[in-house]
Design a protein around this ligand. Structure first.
Ligand code: NAD
Length: 459
């Protein structure tokens, strides 16, 4: 497990070991053994599956493409996690993402374990036929370990409903007669997907921010006004002031987050910057997000990147470098692209006082500490970006029941679940010196530790 996640899991275990109300019947040397056992379980995946997918390219050549499925922990249910297609995919990254899934599901009480998949490809460099072949081969190579009650993949960076439909169809061919609808989530609606799944992560990211900054704050303003908690102080200082927002990444997560922020009337926010793999677009008066979403939908997900392209769609913005989105003088920065975007070497240039992690692990451990000591507040990935896995869980349930919810029902249940998690975390967090990330990890690790103990796994 990579340093950031591993270190916080260990800190959480240390806090739990010193908490006399947790497993009080286990004392002294036995207590040490139990916690060593927990550390070993949580810091290593249960299973690592690796394959080299053999793909015939359109030009007749054959390529072997590295692919992974990593199953971190299944104490809470079948493994669950996305499949990423990206050229930088590697075993450590997938392992870390699988561990984050275990913790995320524990935190939000989703009855799944944690897994993750990855294929080392830049999907833009392959034809549709080649990508179809990669998806089929992925399922063929890993078919023994996948399935609705074993391990249920979903989309991640570089994959979407098209890939999930292809993969589910292959799973169905390999396992005739099986309840195949629950084998993959994030499918298209016609293939048994859930309404609202595509938008779920971005909507959940913005909902988390809005709930903390507005709903929870207003409901609890009496006692929060006396709190010395940094989030409470910051949120109160910004209350009723116009907020400037920037969003890094304009894919599945970032574009929906930007759109939610654009439409939100509860907070007086303006989305002044968005970015993607090519550019940052900036307008201090606020960007026309619907026009940019429409443009990206017809340009392989890319934002306009020249003055001419912006002019054509009537959007007014300055075209800046891709990285510039991180360093703008804004109040809130949503990170919805990749890992390790804020690191020790660039953290000093960050101006935003509030950072929301839509992406997984976009801030390294050293940068996280530096931001905390500078008084910035961070809404962590495991809290904010769980919308996708929560609606994946609804999709899995709908597939089993072959009964489908309306979009309204999906969002209602999604927000209710995320709100329940926050209500379980926030009162303790606002009266506690630990960061919000540490609070979320302690909560998730407590749940996992209790279940592992009850299941007799801590010998
Ligand atoms: P996506 O592929 O749809 O979009 C990724 C975006 O990042 C694109 O706009 C792309 O242009 C941009 N990008 C790529 N390389 C970049 C770079 N080097 N610098 C800046 N921007 C770059 O992916 P997504 O599904 O939106 O996922 C984004 C992040 O959110 C990932 O970390 C993913 O693990 C996480 N996440 C996604 C989901 C989901 O449901 N899709 C759920 C939870 C977490």
């Amino acid at each position: 497990m990579a340093n950031q996640t591993g270190a916080i899991v260990q800190q959480s275990l240390n806090a739990l070991m010193g908490d006399s109300s947790f497993l009080p019947q286990i004392q002294d040397q036995r207590r040490e053994q139990v916690f060593q056992s927990l550390a070993a379980i949580l810091s290593t995946p249960n299973k690592v599956h690796k394959a080299f997918l053999r793909i015939a390219l359109d030009n007749g050549n054959v390529e072997r493409i590295p692919a992974f499925r990593i199953q971190h922990n299944d104490a809470l249910g079948p493994y669950k996690g996305g499949i990423r297609f990206h050229e930088s995919v590697n075993e450590d990254e997938v392992t870390n993402l699988a561990a984050l899934m275990t913790l995320k599901n524990a935190l939000h009480e989703v009855p799944f374990g944690g897994g993750k998949g990855g294929v080392v490809v830049n999907p833009r460099s392959y034809s549709e036929k080649e990508l179809y072949s990669i998806c089929k081969k992925y399922v063929q190579y890993f078919s023994d370990v996948l399935g609705p009650d074993k391990d249920i993949p979903a989309p991640d960076m570089g994959t979407g409903d098209r890939e999930m439909d292809w993969m589910m169809a292959e799973y169905k061919s390999i396992n005739p007669g099986s309840p195949y609808l629950g084998s993959f989530t994030g499918k298209s609606i016609v293939s048994g997907g859930s309404l609202g799944r595509r938008e779920a992560t971005g909507k959940g990211v913005y909902f988390t921010f809005r709930y903390m900054m507005h709903d929870f704050l207003n409901e609890n303003i009496g006692w929060l006004s006396g709190s010395t908690n940094i989030f409470a102080e910051t949120a109160l200082a910004y209350k009723d002031k116009p907020l400037s927002l920037a969003v890094q990444g304009f894919g599945n997560v970032g574009s929906v987050t930007a759109m939610e922020a654009y439409k939100c009337t509860a907070l007086r926010g303006k989305v002044v910057a968005v970015s993607d793999r090519n550019v940052t677009l900036y307008n201090e008066e606020g960007l026309d997000i619907p026009s940019l979403v429409e443009y990206a939908a017809t340009h392989r997900g890319d934002l306009p990147s020249t003055d001419g392209e912006l002019h054509e769609i009537g959007v007014s913005a300055a075209v800046l470098d891709r990285e510039d989105v991180l360093y703008l003088n804004v109040d809130v920065l949503f990170l919805a692209a990749l890992e390790d975007q804020i690191r020790g070497d660039n953290v000093g240039q960050i101006n935003a006082r509030m950072i929301v992690e839509g992406a997984n692990a976009p801030i390294t451990g050293d940068a996280d500490e530096a931001l905390a000591s500078s008084g910035a507040i961070i809404i962590p990935d495991i809290l904010a970006n769980a919308g996708g896995v929560i609606v994946s869980y609804f999709e899995w349930l709908q597939g089993r029941e072959t009964q489908f919810y309306t979009e309204e029902e999906v969002y209602k249940q999604l927000f209710a679940k995320m709100q329940k998690t926050m209500n379980g975390i926030l009162p303790a967090y606002f009266g506690d010196p630990l960061s919000l990330r540490q609070n979320c990890f302690v909560h998730a690790v407590t749940k996992l530790s209790t279940v592992l103990y009850r299941q007799g796994k801590l010998y």
